[in-house]
Design a protein around this ligand. Sequence first.
Ligand code: GLU
Length: 288
Amino acid sequence: MGRFAPSPTGPLHLGSLYTALASYLDARWHNGYWLLRIDDLDTPRNRPGAVSAILACLEAFGLYWDGEIYYQSQHIQAYDDALAVLQAQKQIYGCVCSRKILDQYPGVYPGFCRDAPPCARQQALRVKTQSHLIAFTDALQGPIAENLAIQHGDFVVKRKDDIVAYQLAVVVDDHAQRINHVVRGFDLLSSTPKQWFLQNLLNYHHPEYMHVPVIVDTHGQKLSKQSYATAINFLNPGPVLWRLLALLGQNPPVQLDQASVAELLEWAVEHWQPQNLKKISAIQDTIE
Ligand code: GLU
């Protein structure tokens, strides 16, 4: 069971379509389902019309998902239940540290509120990390090991503005949706040890993870919704899909460069070779 989980902050750009394609091919190659989740909890960042633009793009590229779309905003109770489990285990605590204070301790939360519970109303919730190695093997990037307590410190699972943090929501959703293969961009690899740790605390299975390189432009910048939003050619998706397959290292045959998306996807699922992906963090889109 695989999934694609875009945030509705704008239309898909080439980089997010590339990740969607990788997870689609991987799920279909495994004869698995491919689910679509809309990560819409961060309401201040949601943009009107983004969901329909995302769906239209996926459809134009033949990336049809299975079943109903799963909107995070419809599952608030599940996140609260998970927070209650962590609370009962005394694994979380309220935190009132301001950004101004935290900016003085980049990277690692110094634990100020851990032993001195604050009484202010507006609190974030942090989970207590432990000083041991979280270790797993990423299907593409290989062995990953991190000591969360030393390298990050306690991290936020519910924000001060009452929004459930990405790290917790994604873990609860992947569990609820029975996802066992997560294919996503390298930029999220640094989040995975935190998610692995939460899965341990909540007694969930760990999915297999594969973090594919993100696409960068010729200046080495990660493609952002701003820089590439309009670059996806909906009207003639075949050549764009061909180019994405080439960027995924799949060597699509030259004679398919004018093929329909259905033909290309059929070829790509059958010939999916994740080992051809580059074991790097970023890949430059030089195919113009
Ligand atoms: N919603 C996240 C994003 O758009 C992706 C979540 C995930 O794949 O775990 O970056």
